[in-house]
Write a protein that binds this ligand. Structure first.
Ligand code: GLY
Length: 370
């Protein structure tokens, strides 16, 4: 069964299709968008080994010719040199304004290819085929595209919505446990930020999710995408509500910087730890019940995910250094940190009204548990 979540953005509406074995149907799904039967696929070396040939077969079964570019796997690809290579390759392949580019991969490929599509000939349509859980529930939907700068992550980019997203649940079976669970950090985030019923469901279904039961996974992806679509339609360019999607991210970005953006901490792992800390902070500020951060931590532990700073291997800087790193966050306005806090599970809100001393003590306590 295939579910559809429609993203009703004025003039740029699109569908997110969610289901098993969607890759094999990619030709039929994409054909209605095409003005001529030819597409360009951009992927990475790891994903290409697993999913490029099946995608090419699915396209060719519908009479769609394809050319492909395979970039190196990893975060370092989200950079000017690979971006330049991608744009120039698309021009060499004579990809025209009316054509479709396919991003086949995780968040790195989706962000880079979306940005290339945004600027190529002043804007070409693109289709996201996200192959990681994180990309399926977050980065492939909503039109944030871009690359990293030496000065920081995601600092160069554009809003450019895809024309279609194909989230194939079956490809999640090929993910290593660590990547799968890191992606699940973003799913937990959605329940915590805006849907207590979804959080209850995650508690009840933890065993099925861990076993990657396709029906449970499809529900987790669909509900996450519905919530993201709803927020993106309210606030496409993050003037307000879209910041809610950054629950846990102010902490996460500091921990990612402190660990050198290395595989000591994957982004989704930092989000999970950050969500637990955002709820602990909310509880210390008297905004939510003490039980709420305990429930958040219990679910993350039950899933086998990272929960505390003690779960990060190796040295970390002190609390003040971490707080300083939080000050580099993109959400800082006039030097004041903006936090996503919560009045309860499913009730997040954005505020700049957080005493730095409370955050410092929280970080000191979190570090002393290591
Ligand atoms: N990943 C956060 C957003 O799309 O706004």
């Amino acid at each position: 069964m295939i579910d559809t979540v429609h993203v009703p953005l004025d003039g740029r509406a699109y569908d997110v299709r969610i289901g098993s074995d969607l890759l094999a149907r990619a030709g039929a799904e994409i054909a209605p968008l095409l003005k001529r039967p030819r597409v360009a696929i951009v992927t990475d070396a790891h994903v290409a080994g697993l999913h490029l040939a099946p995608l090419e077969r699915a396209l060719s079964a519908e009479g769609i010719a394809s050319v492909s570019l395979t970039l190196p796997a990893g975060e370092a690809t989200k950079s000017w040199p690979h971006f330049e290579r991608t744009v120039e390759w698309l021009l060499e392949e004579k990809i025209e304004r009316r054509d479709i580019i396919i991003a086949l991969g995780g968040g790195v490929i989706g962000d880079l290819v979306g940005f290339a599509a945004a600027v190529l000939r002043r804007g070409v349509r693109f289709v996201q085929i996200p192959t990681s859980l994180l990309a399926q529930v977050d980065s492939s939907v909503g039109g944030k595209t871009g690359i990293n700068a030496p000065q920081g992550k995601n600092l160069i980019g554009a809003f450019h919505q895809p024309s279609l997203v194909l989230a194939d649940i079956s490809v999640l079976n090929s993910l290593p446990d660590r990547d799968f669970l890191a992606g699940y950090g973003e799913v937990v985030k959605y329940g915590l930020l805006g849907d207590a019923t979804f959080f209850d469901w995650q508690e009840a279904q933890a065993d099925r999710i861990k076993a990657r039961d396709p029906e449970a996974l499809a529900h987790a992806v669909r509900r996450s995408v519905e919530m993201k679509a709803d927020i993106v339609v309210r606030d496409e360019t993050e003037q307000g509500d879209r910041a809610l999607l950054n629950l846990g991210h102010t902490f996460c970005h500091a921990f990612e910087a402190a660990t050198g953006y290395s595989d000591r901490l994957l982004h989704g792992e930092g989000v999970a730890i950050g969500c637990a800390l955002a709820f602990e902070l909310s509880s210390r500020l008297g905004l939510c019940a003490q039980e709420d951060p305990s429930r958040a931590r219990a679910l993350l532990s039950e899933m086998g995910m990272k929960v505390t700073l003690g779960d990060i291997d190796g040295e970390l800087p002190g609390a003040q250094a971490l707080l300083d790193l939080m000050g580099q966050d993109k959400k800082v306005i006039d030097g004041r940190l903006r936090f996503i806090l919560a009045r309860g599970i499913g009730e997040a809100f954005v505020t700049s009204d957080v005493p730095p001393d409370t955050v410092l003590t929280l970080l000191q306590d979190a570090l002393s548990d290591r």
